[in-house]
Design a protein around this ligand. Structure first.
Ligand code: 5GP
Length: 253
């Protein structure tokens, strides 16, 4: 089999050159990292779950007319995506206070925010992805006014979609992070949701018990991460039961 060309390797995913020009294969690893990779582990089955869950959310977004880079899932750990020119920002949408906003502004975790709040972080591991203002983004040329309007629009639509989907299965969407890329079509560019949407990049709390079903389980040592992600997948009907543990072969007499 021909060796594939690796284009990029991140903390949780690898990008390979795709089968056609303008495509990549996005491979989901089992690696989990937190606190800018100071904490790391390998969680069996995480990549399989995130590949499936990200497919589920991206397909749903495409269906309601929110453009994404997703083309199709290829196998358990890989999906075919469009090559995009990534904007070097993480776009975070918050519905309920948790994580860094609680620390930064002293808001108790779990406080409902008056309305969804959108924040931008500059993607730079060495700097720890610092929070930046729209003025930073414009002054340093990371995005234009038009891009900012489009990014806010995309983030709001993703929030409405994901909140609705999660509410339907008894989960509160506390916050999430998306990354956005440009696709060029002739003289025009379009912004699309890229990277992944999965419990690695969202905060998801059980609506009744408040149990965390996201990467905070790993960040804060709250239990078994793949069980939490499997529960999200099970509720969404994405994967029946626990597919991360392979059944043992039966001995035949
Ligand atoms: P916070 O700013 O509170 O740490 O994170 C806000 C939301 O964005 C959380 O859902 C968190 O999982 C997500 N998020 C922020 N930065 C990153 C990142 O570098 N990688 C991933 N996967 N998610 C992030």
């Amino acid at each position: 089999m021909a060796r594939r060309t690796k284009v990029y390797e991140g903390k949780a995913k690898i990008l390979y050159e795709g089968p056609e020009p303008g495509t990549y294969i996005q491979y989901f690893k089992d690696d989990a990292t937190a606190f800018n990779a100071e904490k790391r582990d390998v969680i069996d089955g995480k990549g399989v779950l995130n590949n499936r869950l990200s497919e589920y959310f991206m397909v749903g977004l495409n269906t309601i007319g929110v453009p994404t880079h997703f083309i199709r899932r290829v196998n358990m750990r890989e999906q075919l995506v469009r090559v995009v020119d990534m904007i070097p920002l993480e776009v975070v949408v918050r519905n309920i206070a948790a994580g860094s906003i609680s620390k930064r502004l002293g808001i108790e975790e779990g406080t409902q925010l008056p309305r969804p709040i959108i924040e931008f972080y500059y993607k730079d591991d060495a700097l720890g992805d610092p929070l930046v203002s729209e003025d930073h983004i414009l002054a340093f040329g990371w995005a234009t006014h038009q891009d900012l309007d489009d990014m806010v629009g995309l983030a709001a639509r993703v929030n409405d979609f994901l909140s609705g989907v999660m509410t339907g299965v008894g989960i509160k969407l506390v916050d999430f992070k998306i990354e956005i890329g440009r696709i060029y079509e002739g003289d025009f560019q379009r912004l699309v949701v890229a990277d992944e949407i999965s419990p690695d990049s969202c905060r998801l709390w059980d609506a009744k018990t408040g149990q965390k079903l996201d990467k905070d389980v790993f960040r804060r040592d709250l239990g078994n991460l793949s069980e939490a992600y499997t529960e999200v997948a099970r509720r969404l009907g994405v994967m029946p039961g626990n597919t991360t543990t392979m059944p043992k072969p039966k001995l035949m007499n």
